[in-house]
Design a protein around this ligand. Structure first.
Ligand code: NAP
Ligand code: MG
Length: 477
């Protein structure tokens, strides 16, 4: 696959109107490897208008079975190109190749799920009190803008695009400036698989400059966004002007709660990847660990030993588990947090420095006994740093868990079923796992409480979110 370096509009690659380009750096080598066209407001305006035309003139009214067939074809073509897509993902963000392959496969599965869902997207019949016949319709909205981040570029592009298309909308997809390549490839491969021209437009470009043109475009009916809480706030504000629908998947500071009755040794072995996978650049990262005091020190010892075993290095190696951070800027941000921790005399159980050599690497870092008022404990770091504290009392621990403004994900480790259910109910978060670190299931809703967002990705909930609900009443007499 040649590296896509233009915008993808109306079924073809072309240059952006203003001729602007952005260079991409491979974070593992620090070398610039491609320049990609950067869309401006004029490109956005014309792409939204032709998406609207493609929607009105065909996609909206295509029989569901036909829509499903096209989406199945998209999944097949993605699988045929899995290796090439994985290589692109690795190059642009330094994602370890084994993870990149898994994530391209995940994107294809998302298309398969929604291809099947098209013909299983049932409405309701409602026994209204005046008699007659009452039923609901789920109707597509029109043009949906999908704005996605750089940490999981391909899967997140798929889990917004696939349900939006399955529900019968057209999509304008804006990838993050650091990671446009696999999104552009998705546009082209989907078109090759039979998606009509204009139904999926892919426009890389600077969020601050053209993202707002997209969000405020009069023909855009919904904005589906994943990224930082601050940009999410801005999008919600802009969308409020004409009551646009929004769904937002934002930041997190998720807890990992380990009770002494759990198989805590297993939890200690598996927990490093729950926070250090993707070099900690994961909205679901279990970055606050609460461990019951009676097992805290032995847990910490095992956890640190497992962390030291992680393979940090070249993303191209099949063995690598942890690659570089996405950019020099992201590493500098994480290092500011570490400097704050050092200044405060925080206990570094391991890590804290840069490995030798090129690339934006940082060692997986474990901070123990972190005061809960400190920045590292309270703020999302989005890098390979975890904070641990011991706890004595379940209720006090839960108050601290819920003191965070975020509420995205989390894990609970216990073998006491009643406790598991009690704590699962009490934690304010959209996604939880018990004796596991899984957060993402294609079939189940994913999203946050509080400042982690509104609306849901994945599952049937996401597809509902890309429709308007209409009620129709038919008189019988
Ligand atoms: P970001 O700065 O919020 O950017 C996300 C996307 O929004 C990018 O495509 C960006 O474009 C665009 N954007 C930036 N400013 C915009 C504006 N004013 N209007 C419209 N679009 C705009 O986030 P990021 O730095 O890419 O990712 C890191 C953050 O995302 C973290 O806080 C993380 O927790 C969160 N995140 C959350 C989830 C989740 O599922 N909840 C998943 C991944 C990441 P540019 O790249 O051109 O700036
Ligand atoms: Mg940003």
């Amino acid at each position: 696959m040649t590296i896509p370096n233009q915008i993808f509009v109306d079924g073809a690659f072309r240059n952006a109107c203003e001729g602007k380009r952005t260079s991409l750096t491979n974070p593992a080598t620090e070398a610039v490897f491609v320049e990609v066209a950067s869309a401006g407001p004029a490109d956005i305006n014309s792409a939204v208008e032709s998406a609207q035309a493609a929607w009105e003139n065909g996609w909206r009214d295509l029989p569901p079975g036909k829509r499903g067939e096209i989406l199945f074809n998209v999944a097949r073509v993605l699988r045929e190109n899995l290796e090439a897509l994985a290589q692109l993902e690795m190059q642009q963000i330094g994602k370890p190749i084994a993870d990149a392959r898994d994530e391209i496969g995940l994107g294809a599965r998302v298309f398969e799920f929604y291809a099947g869902a098209v013909t299983k997207f049932y409405g309701q019949t409602i026994p209204v009190s005046r008699g007659g016949f009452d039923f609901t319709l789920r109707q597509p909205m029109g043009v949906v803008a999908c704005i996605v981040p750089w940490n999981f570029p391909f899967p997140i592009a798929c889990w917004k695009t696939a349900p939006a298309l399955a529900a019968g909308n057209a999509v304008v997809l804006k990838p993050a400036s650091l990671s446009p390549l696999t999104a552009l490839a998705l546009g082209e491969l989907a078109h090759r698989a039979g998606l009509p021209a204009g139904v999926l437009q892919v426009l890389p470009g600077a969020g601050s400059a053209m993202g707002e043109t997209l969000v405020t475009h009069r023909l855009v009916r919904k904005v589906s966004f994943t990224g930082s809480t601050s940009v999410g706030q801005r999008i919600m504000e802009l969308a409020s002007r004409d009551i646009k629908r929004v769904s937002l998947e934002l930041g997190g500071k998720s807890p990992n709660i380990v009770f002494a009755d759990a198989d805590w040794a297993r939890a200690a072995e598996s927990s490093p990847m729950s926070v250090f996978a993707n070099t900690g650049q994961d909205c679901c990262a279990r970055s606050r660990m609460f461990v019951e005091r009676s097992v805290y020190e032995p847990f910490l010892e095992k956890f640190v030993a497992a962390t030291r075993k992680l393979v940090v290095g070249d993303p191209a190696s099949d063995q690598t588990q942890i690659g570089p951070l996405v950019s020099a800027g992201q590493r500098a941000t994480v290092e500011e947090f570490l400097a704050d921790a050092k200044k405060k005399g925080t206990r570094f159980a391991c890590g804290g420095g840069r490995p030798a050599g090129k690339g934006y690497y940082l060692e997986p870092t474990v901070l123990a006994d972190v005061p809960t008022g400190d920045r590292c404990w309270r703020e999302e770091i989005f890098g390979p740093v975890v904070c641990l504290v011991p706890f004595d009392d379940e209720a006090a621990m839960l108050r601290e868990v819920n003191a965070s403004p975020y509420g995205l994900s989390g894990s609970i480790w216990t073998n006491d079923l009643r406790r598991a259910l009690r704590v699962a109910r009490a934690v304010e978060s959209g996604v939880l796992s018990i004796n596991s670190h899984s957060s993402v299931h294609v079939e189940a809703p994913f999203g946050g409480f509080k400042q982690s967002g509104v609306g849901r990705d994945l599952g049937m909930a996401a597809m509902e979110g890309y429709t308007e609900l209409k009620n129709v009443y038919i008189a019988e007499s």
